[in-house]
Design a protein around this ligand. Structure first.
Ligand code: PEP
Length: 251
């Protein structure tokens, strides 16, 4: 996993029982992609369905991922919440933390993200922290400052494994992709920041996210320090998602 390219599909608030089943079952026909760590991130209500369905994907193991987790651990009187323990119980491996849509619509900040990361690590799952600057921050030349602040949630964690998705907010769902120069510059910066926060010996994956599709994936995967992709819209159909997986395999 930590030496593979990751291709993680984030379904966001999309999917239905029948559609999910058809998509996951079709993935059975995909030939072996041994250089790729594949993940599917359905809405929480479909986690068990997806996890059960991926068990029968023979060629390529597929990780079940969650879009979010509660900042509260265990169980208790937190109506509407789903804990890290519950995600583990239904077969989740990787948990997205701090997707920009969580900050945008739910006002989620660093302190909440830190609690979530700690809860996820405590039960042995892998957090995938999403970071990225807004358009305004990029225009003002403050993109690294913004990303460094978001990465500071890692400080002092007792883990050597760090997974980050760099998703410039202006590139998510817009069809605008960061340039090769912008990606390499920010990914190198993220590597540098993590190493300076946690010290040498860390295992790091830095994924790019933001309008990745079948047509641009190969170019994105050829950029230095790009260890994979977090894919939104293009993960919802078999052809585009598998084209991205194949591009990662060939990178
Ligand atoms: C995302 O949701 O993380 C994302 C990158 O979306 P899209 O690929 O649709 O831009």
């Amino acid at each position: 996993m930590w030496d593979q390219k990751w291709v993680i599909g984030n379904w966001k608030m999309n999917g239905q029982l029948q559609y999910n089943n058809a998509l996951v079952h079709k993935l059975r026909t995909l030939e072996v992609q041994d250089k790729v760590c594949i993940g599917i991130t359905p809405p929480t209500v479909y986690l068990s369905q997806v996890h059960n369905a991926v068990q029968i994907v023979i060629n390529n193991p597929i990780h079940t991922c969650a879009q979010d987790v509660s900042r509260f651990g265990g169980s208790g009187a937190y109506t509407g919440e789903v804990s890290a323990e519950m995600l583990k119980d239904v077969g989740v491996d990787i948990v997205l933390i701090g997707h920009s849509e969580r900050s945008l619509y739910f006002n989620e900040k660093n302190d909440v993200q830190r609690h979530k990361i700690e809860n996820v690590l405590k039960v042995g799952l892998t957090p995938l922290l999403c970071v990225g600057e807004s358009l305004k921050e990029r225009e003002d030349g403050r993109e690294k400052e913004a990303v460094a602040y978001q990465l500071s949630v890692f400080k002092g964690l007792k883990t050597k494994h760090f997974a980050v998705a760099y998703e410039p907010v202006w590139a998510i769902g817009t069809g605008k992709v960061a340039t090769t120069e912008q990606i390499v510059d920010m990914h190198a910066f993220i590597y540098h920041e993590i190493l300076s926060l946690v010290g040498e010996g860390a295992k790091i994956r830095v994924l790019y996210g933001g309008s990745v599709n079948a047509a641009n994936a190969a170019e994105i995967f050829s950029v230095p320090h790009v260890d994979g992709a977090l894919v939104g819209g293009a993960s919802l159909t078999y052809d585009s998602f598998t084209a991205i997986i194949k591009a990662a395999q060939q990178a």
